[in-house]
Design a protein around this ligand. Structure first.
Ligand SMILES: Cc1ncc(COP(=O)(O)O)c(C=O)c1O
Length: 379
C-alpha cells in the first residue's frame, strides 16, 4: 500500500464485532478471563488494550517497523528507550536536542550510572571516536529542536552498526510522512505523537517503533512494568490524526516553505534556520534523506527584548510551546522548550536569548505571512 492509503487503513480496519469504521475506544482497565491463565487477547490495560493495539499497528506500518509501542508522552517513550540499560552502559546523544530529552538524561538517567555523552552528529569522526565497548545506543534527533541541525542517519547507522551499536531516531519534527529512519538503517524510531501525528494539539503521547523481536519484548516489558502507557481515548485521537497526516503534511510543508522564503527577505532576522532554504548548511542532506522540509523553523532577533516584542505582536501565531498542530505557534526557546538547560549549556549549542521558533500550521499562508510582517514591524 502507498503511504496515504496506509495512513487511512493501517491498523484501522472495521471493528470485527460491529462493523464500526472507526476503532472503538475500549475504556476498560480489565478484561474478563476465559479461564485460569486464558483470555481473549487482553487481561489488563497496562499490558495491552485493543484501542492501543490498533494504534501500535498503525505506527509500526507508517514507520516500516515490526512493532509499535504507545506511551503517555514523548518523554515517556524516550525514557522507555533507556529504561532497560544498566549502570556502566554508555549512550551517545545528539548535542542539541529538545531540552526535555537533555533534562531526562542529565537529571535522572545519569543518576542510574548510565553515561550520557553529547556529540555533534554533524561531525561523523566525532561520532566514530565517541563509541566505546560500553556504548549501547546512539540517539539522534534530526532535525534538532529548535536549531534545525540535521544528522546523516544512514552515515551514523553505518558507523554504529559496524561496532554493534543500535541507533534510535527522534522523528518528531519530520513525522513518518517526510522521513523514514528505518529505511535509512535506524533500529528504533521515536515520536512525540503530541505533535504532527496527533496534529490537533489535543493530547500528549509518545511512541517507539522497533525492528527486532527483542525490541517488541523489551518495549512491551517497559510498558507493562513501568506503566507509562497511552490511554485508550488518546490512542483514538492519534489514530484519527494519522488518517489526515499525509494531507496535513502537504499543507504544513507548503506553508513552511512560503514563510521561510518570506523571512529570508527580512533584514531584522540575524539567523534563519530552515532546511528547505539553499542557505541552510545542510540543505543537500535534507534533500537526500527527507521527503520535504516540514514546517519547523527558527530565527534570531538579536535580543530577548526583541523576541518578546515579536511574540507580543503576533496575532494568528500563538505564543505557545509545542508544535505540529494545525494552528501556527511561535515560542521563545530559551524560556520554554530549553528552560531546563543552564545559560552556559544553551550558549554552547547556540540557543540564544533572541531565538524564536515557529511551528507553521495549515492556515492560509498569505494570512500567516501578513501576521509575521506586522509583528516584525513591532520588533
Ligand atoms: C523533538 C522532540 N522530542 C520529544 C519531545 C517530548 O515530547 P512530549 O512533550 O510529548 O513528552 C518533544 C516535545 O516538544 C520534542 O520536540
Amino acid at each position: 500500500m502507498k503511504y496515504a492509503t496506509l495512513a487511512v487503513h493501517a491498523g484501522q480496519h472495521p471493528d470485527p464485532l460491529t462493523g464500526a469504521v472507526n476503532v472503538p475506544v475500549y475504556l476498560s482497565s480489565t478484561f474478563e478471563l476465559t479461564g485460569i491463565g486464558t483470555d481473549k487477547g487482553w487481561d489488563y490495560s497496562r499490558a495491552g488494550n485493543p484501542t492501543r493495539d490498533r494504534l501500535e499497528e498503525a505506527l509500526a506500518a507508517l514507520e516500516g517497523g515490526t512493532s509499535g509501542h504507545a506511551f503517555a508522552s514523548g518523554m515517556a517513550a524516550i525514557y522507555a528507550l533507556v529504561a532497560t540499560l544498566h549502570a556502566g552502559d554508555h549512550v551517545i546523544c545528539s548535542h542539541n536536542v529538545y531540552g526535555g530529552t537533555a533534562r531526562l538524561f542529565n537529571l535522572i538517567v545519569r543518576h542510574y550510572g548510565i553515561e550520557i555523552q553529547y556529540v555533534d552528529m554533524g561531525n561523523l569522526d566525532a561520532v566514530a571516536s565517541a563509541i566505546k565497548p560500553s556504548t549501547r545506543l546512539i540517539h539522534i534527533e534530526t532535525p534538532t529542536n529548535p536549531l534545525m541541525a540535521l544528522t546523516d542517519i544512514a552515515a551514523v547507522c553505518g558507523i554504529a552498526h559496524a561496532r554493534g551499536v543500535e541507533v534510535s531516531v527522534d522523528n518528531t519534527f519530520m513525522s513518518p510522512a517526510l522521513q523514514s529512519p528505518i529505511a535509512l538503517g535506524a533500529d528504533v524510531v521515536m515520536h512525540s505523537t503530541t505533535k504532527f501525528l496527533n496534529g490537533h494539539s489535543d493530547g500528549l503521547g509518545g511512541a517507539l517503533i522497533g525492528t527486532k523481536p527483542e525490541h517488541k519484548e523489551r518495549f512491551w516489558l517497559v510498558q507493562k512494568a513501568a506503566g507509562g502507557i497511552l490511554s485508550p481515548f488518546e490512542c483514538f485521537l492519534v489514530l484519527r490524526g494519522i488518517k489526515t497526516l499525509p494531507l496535513r503534511m502537504k499543507q504544513h510543508e507548503e506553508n513552511g516553505r512560503a514563510v521561510a522564503e518570506f523571512l529570508a527577505t527580512q533584514p531584522k532576522l540575524k539567523r534563519l534556520a530552515y532546511p528547505g532554504l539553499k542557505s541552510h548548511p545542510q540543505h543537500a542532506l535534507a534533500v537526500k534523506q527527507q521527503r520535504g522540509f516540514g514546517s519547523m523553523l527558527s530565527f534570531d532577533l538579536g535580543t530577548r527584548e526583541a523576541a518578546g516584542r515579536f511574540l507580543g505582536a503576533v496575532k494568528l501565531f500563538l505564543n505557545a510551546e509545542s508544535l505540529g498542530g494545525v494552528e501556527s505557534l511561535a515560542s521563545h526557546s530559551a524560556t520554554t522548550t530549553h528552560a531546563a538547560l543552564s545559560d552556559a549549556e544553551r550558549e554552547a549549542v547556540g540557543i540564544t536569548e533572541g531565538l524564536v521558533r515557529l511551528s507553521v500550521g495549515i492556515e492560509d499562508k498569505e494570512d500567516l505571512i501578513a501576521d509575521l510582517e506586522q509583528a516584525l514591524k513591532a520588533v
